[in-house]
Design a protein around this ligand. Structure first.
Ligand code: SF4
Length: 226
């Protein structure tokens, strides 16, 4: 059976555009989707404290330095040592070593894609492979759905095949390869449809078993939604 490919996607409700991050919010809790859409709250993972945000920024900079070292044929570590002297993040060297272990030729950062019915911003694309960066120690189901959407978007916009992607877990400095199987693509497409149906119906039910770890718990309680 041939895979669902982004360039041959025939989306239901293609007149209605959602962001990939909204699909991920829906998968966490439909009520979170409401808060993200209507109040413009960011669906930022709870782990994304100042430490997480710093790790993301530093990892992006290290990726740029890696590219610069390749392009100019200079030693990555020479560039990195200078950079590390300017940051006070305790795990910066660990991140630099993690970056060094994963070679690439061309990297693109924060790439925005839009097709009829869905849009999203990919953290990093290395040699055509999408990478989602998380400040966590493990991969969650919804991360794979998110990555599948990025693969589909790249396929749709660039007309290429994307068979896998990676989740870079900055907390444990681990890269996890995710195969973009037909099942996962199907799951991603279906999640978008269900997310849109929830918006159409206005039926944002609460997943209360997840409130304890929810990043918008405070706002949700203030509005008496939790
Ligand atoms: S606090 Fe609970 S009900 Fe509110 S969005 Fe989060 S998980 Fe859903």
């Amino acid at each position: 059976m041939s895979l669902i490919r982004g360039y041959s996607l025939d989306l239901k409700y293609k007149f209605f555009s959602v962001n990939v991050s909204e699909i991920v919010s829906y998968l966490y809790c439909p009520r979170k989707l409401l808060l993200v859409r209507c109040l413009g709250l960011r669906d930022r993972a709870l782990e994304e404290t100042i430490e997480g945000v710093s790790a993301h920024i530093i990892y992006g900079k290290l990726t740029q330095l890696y590219m610069e070292a390749r392009r100019s044929n200079v030693d990555y570590w020479r560039l990195v040592e200078d950079y590390l002297n300017t940051v006070s993040f305790p795990r910066a060297r660990e991140l630099a070593e993690f970056r060094y272990r994963h070679d690439f030729t061309v990297a693109e950062l924060e790439v925005f894609f839009k097709i009829d019915g869905v849009r999203g911003r990919v953290d990093v694309i290395e040699d055509g492979v999408p990478i989602e960066v998380k400040y966590r120690e493990k991969v969650l189901d919804r991360d794979s759905v998110q990555l599948a959407w990025y693969g589909l978007l790249i396929e749709a916009v660039r007309g290429v095949d994307v068979d896998y992607g990676y989740i870079d877990l900055l907390k444990s400095c681990r890269r996890v390869r995710i195969e973009l199987t037909d099942d996962l693509r199907e799951k991603a497409v279906r999640a978008r449809e269900k997310c849109i149906e929830v918006i159409f119906r206005g039926d944002y039910s609460a997943q209360r078993n997840r409130c304890g770890k929810c990043s918008v718990l405070r706002e949700c309680r203030l509005l008496k939604l939790a």
